[in-house]
Design a protein around this ligand. Structure first.
Ligand code: ZN
Length: 518
């Protein structure tokens, strides 16, 4: 059986609150989806907004290697003439070879929302499909609220599909628009519908309101659907659409249905992250298959099992979807995780018991090493007696001044010894951590030219009240980058400046030692 994949990230996905894409963003995502081997890319509703129209008019769809570009529209208005409905007549003027037409397939909507007769709705479906098929478009028909409609009156929902098929639609897509249908019922309705239309492709479009978006798409395929619609990372209105990323991985790796080349499947993680980035959404690290934590093993027993045979705690191989196995170190870790981690970091672990003791003590104080590889590597090194600090601190002082009606300025002064010299340096910054960073770089920069390459890329603060309720402890995480690699460092103190200082110094020390190693 061959399955076709239809991505609607650029149309249904943009219904998600807070998401807005420019025509250029859409073009970049479309190229990415094409390189993944997606068959259809639905890129927008050109009659509904000028930004989508700009995309369809400007995008050269002949540049796509595999995918066909799809323009979305609705069936013509009841009682009107198709030729007079601009939402429909716009499509023949666009180069997109495929039209996806949505129409009502639930009596309730026909009567209450469209306020028209059942027959007039069928007429509108026939006219619109025939018009666009006649204009040379491949027509995919989305039957809105199909499952709710079928529950209410199967005869009418099937009549809507028949009208579309007879007028020339090549794919009939059953939409669980409200996302409330459960897999057992959905599967039965798909099976029944597939039997009614042996010669037309039947597709599935699900939403995740019951948490069954992906499950529903999978059972629909089991019931004979051969066309699957969804969005990257399940991005969409309310609780989202069927997550095409998870669906693809399940279809190919679990159900043995080849939807793309193995090489393309290995790009799944990258594409998932890329789309999140472009949509300015923080990627959920716990996404199935492609999340950063999807193959992260923390418990000591698990890490031990994984080191003997990955199948003990992994349902698929991370490499199959382009992900990687990780062993974050936390208080649940055993000695084995420490050795594995040290190896990952390129350090000789030596006495793992002693290192584990040091980590547990620090975690008790509020440190957290899962996102702080740099501090962990330094801690392992220090516990092993290897410590090469960049400088010796004498004092630092920070002054923040707020003038009435004006801005706040911050100045840091630092006294330290570096390379046998005593240095005093002062710098201004837009805040205390920035001023401290500037003053420190000024003081030690001449001794470590590599510092110029290292930038702070992220600064996160969390207040911990795990130990003492009255005096809150602050944990600071600082990410640094040299443009090629990224590493995290952690600091903990009751004083936010002190916590920031620890993370800042660890981040720089690790960066300098790392650069030296290369
Ligand atoms: Zn939808």
């Amino acid at each position: 059986m061959s399955l076709t994949l239809f991505d609607t990230t650029l149309r249904d996905g943009t219904q998600r609150e807070g998401v807005s894409l420019t025509a250029e963003d859409k073009a970049r995502i479309a190229r990415e989806l094409d390189s993944l081997g997606i068959d259809y890319i639905e890129a927008g509703f050109p009659a509904s907004n000028p930004k989508d129209l700009e995309f369809f008019e400007g995008f050269d769809d002949s540049s796509l290697h595999h995918a066909k570009l799809v323009a979305f529209t609705r069936a013509r208005r009841p009682k009107g003439r198709t030729e007079d409905d601009p939402a429909v007549t716009l499509l023949p003027s666009l180069s997109a070879p495929v039209a996806c037409i949505v129409a009502k397939s639930w009596k309730l909507h026909v009567e209450k929302v469209l306020r028209t007769t059942q027959e007039e709705n069928l007429e509108s479906v026939r006219d619109t499909v025939a018009y666009l098929a006649g204009a040379g478009k491949e027509v995919i028909f989305d039957a809105e609220h199909y499952f709710d409609g079928f529950r209410d009156d199967p005869g009418y929902s099937l009549a809507v599909l028949r009208a579309a098929a007879e007028a020339g639609a090549t794919t009939l897509v059953l939409c669980d628009t409200n996302g409330g249908t459960l897999p057992t019922e959905l599967k039965a309705i798909v099976a029944r519908t597939v039997r009614e239309f042996p010669d037309v492709e039947v597709g599935i479009h699900t939403h995740n309101d019951s948490g069954c978006g992906v499950a529903n798409a999978l059972v629909a395929v089991e019931a004979g659907a051969t066309h699957v619609q969804g969005t990257v990372n399940g991005i969409g209105e309310r609780c989202g659409n069927c997550d095409l990323v998870t669906t693809i991985a399940n279809l190919q790796l679990k159900m043995g249905l080849k939807v793309m080349d193995d090489e393309e499947l290995r790009r799944l993680t990258e594409v998932s992250n890329y789309v999140s980035e472009l949509m300015n959404l923080t990627p959920d690290t716990h996404r199935p298959f492609v999340g950063r934590s999807a193959f992260a093993h923390k418990g000591g027993l698990h890490v031990d099992g994984i080191s003997k045979d990955p199948a003990t705690y992994e349902h698929v191989a991370p490499e199959a979807v382009g992900n990687v196995r990780r062993t974050p170190v936390g208080e649940l870790s055993g000695k084995n995780s420490i050795r594995t981690k040290a190896e990952e970091l390129g350090i000789e672990a030596g006495d793992a018991t002693q290192i584990l003791g040091a980590i547990k003590q620090r975690e008790y104080e509020g440190y957290h090493y899962e996102a702080a590889d740099a501090s962990l590597a330094l801690l392992i090194g220090r516990t092993m007696g290897e410590d090469s600090p960049l400088f010796e601190l004498e004092t630092f002082r920070i002054i923040s001044e707020k003038r009435a009606g004006g801005e706040t300025t911050t100045e840091a002064t630092i006294k330290l010894s570096v390379g046998g010299q005593r240095v005093i340096s002062t710098a201004e910054g837009n805040g205390p951590v920035n001023a401290l960073d500037q003053a420190l770089r000024k003081a030690i920069g001449p001794h470590y030219p590599e510092l110029k390459e290292i930038q702070l890329s992220n600064y996160k603060v969390r207040i911990l009240d795990e130990h003492r309720a009255t005096a809150a402890t602050t944990r600071v995480l600082i990410d640094s980058t040299d443009g090629k690699h990224m590493w995290g460092a952690v600091g903990v103190s009751e004083n936010i400046i002190e916590a920031s200082w620890q993370a800042l110094v660890d981040g720089l020390e690790y960066g300098v030692s790392g650069t030296k190693k290369e």
